[in-house]
Each structure stands twice: as structure tokens, then as C-alpha cells.
Ligand binder design. Structure first.
Ligand code: NAG
Ligand code: NAG
Ligand code: NAG
Ligand code: NAG
Ligand code: NAG
Length: 246
């Protein structure tokens, strides 16, 4: 009598408790928990001098891509925000001379798919790849030089070089640095290529985030899959013990 109560108790233990214990290290800490939605537009608006950049992020839909990627990537992100002055100082027709796809490339070039503090930028080896890197085999890299101790960091594209000024935000997962020049990539503005020379390519602007998102999804499937396995293992173990005790 008492032994059968005991086995029921043990069965209950294995079915209800064990799967929970097993799955606990897997179930919590989803990537979303650590990153409450960051509103890039709001951060830029607080700087009061980024209307052109905000508009371009919107028209190219790169801004939307950024928010999706910030939500799903654990690498974080670094963004260089040119001021309105920087855009005004471009040669007339520079932006309009670009195809829509090239405008997307230009925006992606201002984004590094990894969080860097100012001093980390100097420690990484040049050139640092950007969100535009790899498009049509282009490097689309940024070079950083300067001294960490007095926070003087320059960014160079090969076409333009400028000081990185203050940070609108420098806190994982997002750093936003102010630059006084639009970062013109060599691939679009170098002497070798002309902005209008290349035919409009067809690849999507979100190729990098597309590559990232499925990876995250895979992880989620894997973890839910393994916790399901743990649950059935607990049930099987419990049932085996139940049979054994009876
Ligand atoms: C982000 O902030 C802007 C400006 O403050 C606001 O218009 C927009 O609705 C916000 N977006 C989200 C998704 O909260
Ligand atoms: C962003 O673009 C959409 C159209 O794609 C437009 O409806 C919306 O008003 C724009 N938002 C801002 C803040 O410019
Ligand atoms: C953020 O990601 C989670 C899942 O990873 C999703 O449920 C949520 O809708 C995402 N939020 C946005 C605004 O994309
Ligand atoms: C960036 O740095 C790399 C490595 O030092 C160098 O090979 C390359 O020429 C540099 N590019 C520019 C545009 O300064
Ligand atoms: C940084 O760039 C500025 C031009 O914006 C230049 O005058 C300065 O010499 C550069 N500093 C370094 C350390 O390269």
C-alpha cells in the first residue's frame, strides 16, 4: 500500500518536476528579453540635426531593417549618423545621382553589424566590414585611426576622412556616432567607378539581416526542440520507474 503511494509520488515527481528542471536552463534568456525595443528615429531626433539621415533611413527602409536586426542579433550595432550639414556639403546632385539601390548601399555603409565602443573601433583591425560589405563583391570597409586615450578617432572611407564627434548613444547593443561628413564608399564614389556607371543590382537590402534572422530562428527551434526532448525523457524515465516499482 505505502509502496504504491510512494511510486505514485515518484511518478508525479518525474513527470512534473524533472522536465521543468531540465528545460529551465534552456527556456529563459530569449534574445528579446535583453533588448527592449530601441527607437533609432527617436535617438536621432533628439540630436536635432539628422533630418536627412532619418528621411533616407526611412525611404530606403534601412531604418526598419535596423530595428529588426537590433531585436534579433546579439552582436549589437554601430551607426554613423551624418549631420544635415554633412548632406548639405555634398556636391549638388550627389544623392539624386544614385539609384535607389545605391542609396540603400550608402545607408548600409553607415552601419556596422556589431557594437563598438569608441576605443574598440581602434582595437579592431582595418578595414572593418559594414552592413554593405559583400554587395557585388565590394569591400565597403571603414578604416579607423587615432588615439584611444584622448578619444580621438578618425574614420576613413578612402574617399573621405572625418573625425568622429560625440556619441548620441554608446551603450550596448547600439552605438550612434555623429560624423560631419557623409561616408562615401570607394565602391560608389572612388575614381575607379562612377555613381551612375554600375547597373542597378537586384539583391535585396536586407541580405545580411536575412542571413542573421534564420540563424536566430534555428536556435529557437533547437532549444524548444531539446526542451521537448527533455520533457519526453522525463515522462519515459518516470514511467519506467513507475513500472519498476510496481
Ligand atoms: C519612434 O520614435 C518616433 C519619434 O519619436 C515616433 O514617431 C515613432 O512612432 C517611434 N516608433 C516606434 C516603433 O515606437
Ligand atoms: C516613412 O515612409 C513612409 C512611406 O514609406 C511614410 O508613410 C512615413 O510617413 C515616413 N515616415 C517618416 C518619419 O518620414
Ligand atoms: C522582436 O523579436 C521577437 C521574437 O524574437 C518578436 O516576437 C517581436 O515581435 C520582435 N519585435 C519587433 C518589433 O520586431
Ligand atoms: C584600410 O586599412 C587597410 C589595412 O591597413 C589598408 O590596406 C587599406 O588600404 C585602407 N583603406 C583605406 C581606404 O584607407
Ligand atoms: C582626422 O581627420 C581630420 C579631418 O577631418 C584631419 O584634419 C586630422 O588630421 C585627422 N587626424 C588623424 C589623427 O588622422
Amino acid at each position: 500500500m505505502s509502496s504504491s503511494i510512494y511510486s505514485y509520488v515518484v511518478l508525479f515527481f518525474f513527470i512534473s518536476i524533472v522536465p521543468n528542471i531540465q528545460s529551465q536552463p534552456i527556456a529563459p534568456a530569449p534574445t528579446t528579453e535583453s533588448s527592449p525595443m530601441i527607437n533609432l528615429t527617436a535617438i536621432l531626433e533628439s540630436g536635432h540635426q539628422f533630418t536627412t539621415f532619418i528621411r533616407l533611413l526611412n525611404t530606403t527602409q534601412v531604418g526598419f531593417q535596423v530595428s529588426v536586426q537590433l531585436n534579433s542579433s546579439d552582436q549589437g550595432m554601430t551607426i554613423f549618423a551624418p549631420t544635415d550639414n554633412a548632406f548639405n556639403n555634398l556636391k549638388p546632385g550627389t544623392l539624386n545621382g544614385l539609384t535607389y539601390q545605391q542609396q540603400i548601399q550608402l545607408m548600409l555603409y553607415h552601419i556596422i553589424p556589431k557594437y563598438y565602443s569608441l576605443s574598440d573601433l581602434l582595437l579592431a583591425s582595418n578595414p572593418i566590414r559594414t552592413q554593405a560589405t559583400g554587395h557585388e563583391g565590394g569591400v565597403y570597409g571603414l578604416n579607423f585611426t587615432g588615439q584611444a586615450q584622448n578619444n580621438q578617432v578618425n574614420v576613413s572611407t578612402g574617399v573621405v576622412e572625418t573625425r568622429i564627434n560625440n556619441a548620441l548613444r554608446q551603450q550596448f547593443p547600439l552605438a550612434v556616432y555623429v560624423v560631419d561628413k557623409v561616408l562615401l564608399p570607394e565602391e560608389l564614389f572612388g575614381t575607379k567607378t562612377t555613381p551612375t556607371g554600375a547597373p542597378s543590382p537586384k539583391s535585396t537590402p536586407s541580405s545580411t539581416s536575412d542571413a542573421d534572422s534564420p540563424a536566430v530562428d534555428d536556435d529557437e527551434h533547437k532549444s524548444s526542440g531539446s526542451s521537448a526532448k527533455m520533457t519526453s525523457l522525463g515522462v519515459i524515465l518516470g514511467f519506467a520507474l513507475f513500472c519498476y516499482l510496481i
